[in-house]
Design a protein around this ligand. Structure first.
Ligand code: 16G
Ligand code: ZN
Length: 527
């Protein structure tokens, strides 16, 4: 380590005094003006992580669905997963070190993790379309190079595309080529092959309207469209040419406000979807003839996907275990439908992709989706090999296996991916001959409401049972239980947010009115 150079460069990226930030659920996130030092330091940390794992590490500059003025950064581990928890702590430590302590903290991390400083380091970078992202990623590069790391800057990418690149690079190209072209080719080839397998390709002009949240998704879809235009035509809205990122549009807006995105013209019964600002979440929706919005969220996506996979497995004749992973936010109707009608085991984890992803890896086939639309399906290596063998057969079994093999290729195995999920969903709808209305009608969501509450210190609330029960402050859970008892089909929980300084409240009940008042009453109990 050229210690002098680190000190010198660090001074160009000085930490605002008194500012402390934490590596949270999705990395660091705050107003872009406060992030320059964080970026530089995450460049440093990425180099140590790369030396430690002897692998390529990713650094993504984005604040996803948060306002355009915000930004953020997260590190991507060798197999395209989120950063290991012990290194999240190192990240927080390094981020909050005062200038004079930087070298000591770097040395501490290297010693604790026995990092061989002679090792090479390679970092790949990606960023979203925020005005602040380009400059901030330059600061990451400054951190990388001052520690002697090599890098490749992909510049504009969706978050899941960077996860894909990292995964490809660390698996010797087996998963795919670590280029945008490689990504587009892999996904569209799988998609087009699936579409060809549809028995009734009657609906030749399939099209879907996409709300791109004025973010990176628009750019990347435009880039990719020509690869699959024979199978699906897209009409893009909120493509960033006029509106502001995530403002009154995008998956998070549509899901939390249960409102149509602005800037989109839709007719009744048209199939539409919304991406979030970095294109790792997707929700579908349509308006019925009465102008009423029907939201099809991550829970319904998980249901469509897992029922399709279960049917294919039956045809293939393999008894593989399939599990669905949800969080406390999953609508009660979805959990009931999955368990009682579809008979698939459902597991609940804490909020945050890393928890769901980790749990999903325990199954031969693990389907995970957060209600907010982040998710994917994971297939074990053994399943992939087996299915590819069976796909060689020329009978019905082989046909089903071929379909499954294409689905495996179409799902991003490294992270939830709006583009990949959209193509999977579109393919399943064609293959099953389902309209968006039929899909929506699988079950009826319980009316629900989410609220956020500002409190002096959100850490006074701690939870257990995958965030479904409050442990502290004393008496809070009892109060929630009493409120829930007043309503039919009701459920409610509170949890401190991992990304904002607020407490989140979720409630569901038999009517929207009741869900609203239960959420309101619970929010009063939080004070
Ligand atoms: C982050 C998470 C998302 C989670 C959300 C919860 C990742 C990549 N993203 O956006 O999965 O739903 O945080 O936010 O893990 P909250 O803690 O503020 O409710
Ligand atoms: Zn996102």
């Amino acid at each position: 380590m050229d210690l002098e150079a680190v000190t010198k460069h660090s001074a160009f990226h000085a930490k605002p005094s008194g500012l402390t930030l934490q590596y949270g659920t999705a990395g660091f996130r705050t107003t872009a003006a406060h992030l320059d030092h964080i970026m530089f330091r995450m460049g440093l940390l990425a180099v140590l992580r790369s030396k430690h794992t002897r692998s390529t590490i990713g650094v993504m500059v984005t604040a996803s669905h948060n306002p355009e003025e915000d930004n953020g950064v997260k590190l991507i581990d060798p197999l395209g997963e989120m950063l290991a928890p012990s290194w999240e702590e190192h990240a927080t430590c390094l981020a909050n070190a005062e200038e004079q302590d930087i070298l000591r903290v770097l040395t501490d991390i290297s010693e604790k993790e026995s990092v061989d400083l002679q090792q090479d380091a390679f970092i790949v970078l990606g960023r979203d379309t925020r005005p602040s992202s380009e400059k901030l990623s330059q600061s990451v590069i400054d951190g990388v190079t001052v520690l002697g790391g090599q890098f490749h800057d992909y510049s504009l990418l969706t978050t899941p595309q960077l996860h894909y690149m990292v995964y490809c690079r660390n698996t010797g190209g087996q998963y795919g080529k670590a280029t945008i072209e490689g990504y587009c080719q892999k996904l569209s080839k799988a998609f087009m092959e699936l579409i060809k397998q549809a028995s009734c390709s009657g609906d030749e002009n399939r099209s879907v309207k996409v709300d791109c949240a004025n973010g990176i998704g628009a750019l990347k879809l435009k880039e990719m469209q020509r690869y699959f235009s024979q199978g699906l035509s897209l009409q893009l809205f909120n493509d960033g040419t006029r509106g502001k990122l995530n403002h009154l549009c995008g998956a998070d807006f549509v899901k939390t406000h249960q409102k149509l995105p602005q800037g989109m013209e839709i007719k009744s019964n048209e199939r539409c979807c919304s991406f979030d600002g970095d294109a790792d979440r997707i929700v579908y929706f349509y308006c019925d003839a009465g102008g009423h919005l029907h939201l099809i969220d991550g829970d319904k996506i998980a249901t469509l996907v897992s029922s399709f996979l279960k049917e294919l497995l039956l045809e293939v004749g393999e008894s593989l275990n399939i599990g669905v992973v949800q969080t406390a936010y999953a609508n009660g109707s979805s959990t009931r439908y999955l368990e009682e009608v579809m008979k698939v085991p459902v597991y609940c984890t804490k909020t945050g992709v890393k928890h769901l992803h980790h749990k999903a890896q325990e199954f031969d086939i693990g389907v995970y989706f957060e209600a907010n639309g982040h998710g994917t399906a994971l297939f074990s290596k053994a399943v992939e090999v087996k299915i590819k063998q069976l796909a060689e057969l020329e009978d019905e079994k082989g046909k089903a296996a071929k379909m499954l093999a294409n689905i495996i290729n179409l799902f991003n195995q490294a992270a939830g991916d709006a583009i990949s999920d959209m193509l999977v969903i579109e393919a399943i709808l064609v293959l099953k001959g389902l309209t968006v209305q039929q899909w929506d009608a699988l079950y009826t969501d319980l009316p629900n409401r989410q609220l956020k509450v500002k409190v002096a210190d959100r850490r006074v609330i701690s939870t257990t049972d995958a965030e479904r029960q409050a442990v502290t402050p004393p008496g809070l859970q009892e109060a929630i239980n009493d409120l829930v008892k007043k309503y039919k089909l009701a459920r409610a929980f509170v949890r401190p947010s991992g990304t904002e300084d607020v407490v989140r409240v979720y409630a569901e009940a038999d009517s929207q009115e009741n869900a609203d008042s239960l959420a309101y009453e619970v929010s009063l109990a939080v004070y």
